[in-house]
Design a protein around this ligand. Structure first.
Ligand code: GBH
Length: 453
């Protein structure tokens, strides 16, 4: 047994993290352009002004993808590059850039998978209240319609949002990401509802203006891993996974608040008891719009927490990580079973074809004396996670794909360029690309459809 024959193997990136050209060719500013320039917000003060200069070097990057054997490439569109003020006038040079990129990908035999929103929100709309504004779902709908109209002849796979947990929870809750606000629940819960509305409206617009396209959604959430195969521990992990409000990172970091309404048509009851009071008036009638048929469901999964059954009100407790537990450079624990239990629990609940839209590891890679970049730790990470994912597929999860994060080193948000997630090394001084050992390793995995794992 193994992955299905038409398994979607590929790699992922996001606009602000790689494009650069932040102020070129008519692009409007995003909240990240602003935030990254605020003193003290980003490690070592790095900004995405130039990033990987992908805007000018995309042909070289697509050639590298082709060499790697990547058949599916997930990238995001910068909303303010397309519509500088967020609404209204279209920047034709921005349209041209993505159009050229799409053509280049297709000519190289690579399927484009387009994420509409990966956090670089138009600054002009931020000034109008962003997601708190009741008009905000309509702004996004118009942007989605434009993407469908301009690219839908060639792009057949769209993803609406990347990790709403992060841009709401970190951007407006904890203030660690752009735009860096710390707003109360009465604001962030309203925002979450508008984001979900925007998702529903965008799905409808994509289907209308790009008929026949496939549409997915890519939230996140650290998986919950049962401490043992004892049914009581498995049930404890399942409960913990879909619980709202018990994450020390903040209320937004949960699965069910963000995925139940679009896929099941209702907010989770336990979440409503906690947060329902903050939802905007009349939210119930919006559920129909939010609940749109999806072709596939994605999650970005990097790690998980171990949970066991407990004799307390919740019926579960977290198992503390043992001292010395393996971690990546960004300090995230290495927990391969997250790619078994995560997909398993998610498929059980949401019953949609499932795709890992991001998974990978950061390490402090260096160019060795031999001029190469050796990253055995990344291979080992991916190898272990992919084995766990394969086991999930063998156990009946309809696993349709895996997109590695990331194609190349890039701007890691509040960590700037200090963390490297790529299978291609980027020298930010010269913009030279150096393929890492994992590039060749992943190539054979994709070629053999994971048979060699
Ligand atoms: C992703 O963020 C981003 O999409 C990508 O742009 C980024 O470069 C990449 O990963 C690497 O960081 O809900 O409490 O269980 C991932 C960052 C990982 C942070 C999942 C929140 C969920 C915590 N997120 N995590 S929780």
């Amino acid at each position: 047994m193994s992955f299905r024959k038409d398994f979607i193997w590929g790699a992922a990136t996001a606009s602000y993290q790689i494009e650069g050209a932040a102020y070129e060719d008519g692009k409007g500013p995003s909240v990240w352009d602003r935030f990254s320039h605020e003193p003290g917000k980003i490690l070592e003060g790095h900004t995405g002004d130039v990033a990987c200069d992908h805007y000018h070097r995309f042909r070289e990057d697509v050639a590298l993808m082709k060499e790697m054997g990547v058949k599916n490439y997930r990238f995001s569109i910068s909303w303010p590059r397309l519509i500088p003020q967020g609404v209204g006038e279209v920047n034709e040079k921005g349209v041209q850039f993505y159009s050229d990129l799409i053509d280049e990908l297709i000519a190289a035999g690579i399927r484009p998978i387009v994420t509409l929103f990966h956090w670089d929100y138009p600054a002009a709309l931020q000034a109008r209240g962003a997601w708190e504004n009741p008009e905000s779902p309509k702004w996004f709908e118009a942007y989605a319609a434009l993407c469908a109209e301009r690219f839908g002849d060639r792009v057949k796979d769209f993803i609406t949002f990347n990790e709403p947990q992060c841009f709401i929870g970190l951007g407006y809750g904890k203030g660690e990401h752009a735009p860096g606000y710390r707003l109360p629940l009465s604001s962030t819960v309203v925002m979450s509802h508008h984001v979900l509305m925007a998702h529903g409206l965008a799905v409808k617009a994509l289907r209308k203006y790009a008929p026949g396209c496939r549409v997915g959604y890519a939230p996140c959430g650290d998986a919950r891993i049962p401490a043992s195969e004892d049914p009581a521990d498995i049930e404890a992990a399942r409960r913990a996974y879909f619980q709202v409000g018990d994450n020390p990172e903040g209320w937004a970091f949960n699965v069910s608040w963000w995925s139940d309404p679009p896929i099941l048509g209702s907010y989770p009851e336990q979440g409503l008891r906690l947060l329902g009071q903050y939802l905007p008036q009349g939210w119930e009638k919006d559920l129909e719009t939010i609940h749109q048929p999806l072709d596939f469901y994605c999650q970005n999964i990097y790690n998980g927490d171990v949970v066991r059954a407990a004799d307390n009100a919740q019926g579960y407790e977290m198992v503390p990580q043992p001292v010395g537990h393996p971690k990546t450079a960004i300090q995230w624990p290495i927990t391969p079973d997250a790619l078994y239990w995560g997909p398993k629990f998610l498929y059980e609940r949401y019953k949609l074809p499932f795709m890992i839209s991001e998974n990978g590891m950061s390490s402090h890679d260096v160019v060795s004396l031999d001029g190469k970049v050796h990253d055995p730790q990344r291979q080992d990470y991916m190898h272990r996670y992919l084995r766990a994912y394969k086991r999930a597929a063998e156990d009946g999860v309809d696993a349709i794909g895996y997109l590695a994060w990331s194609l190349m080193d890039n701007y890691e948000w509040a960590f700037g360029y200090t963390d490297r997630f790529g299978m291609i090394y980027v020298d930010y001084q010269t913009q030279e690309r150096i393929v890492k050992d994992s590039f060749y390793w992943y190539k054979t995995v994709m070629e053999q459809n994971g048979e060699n794992l």
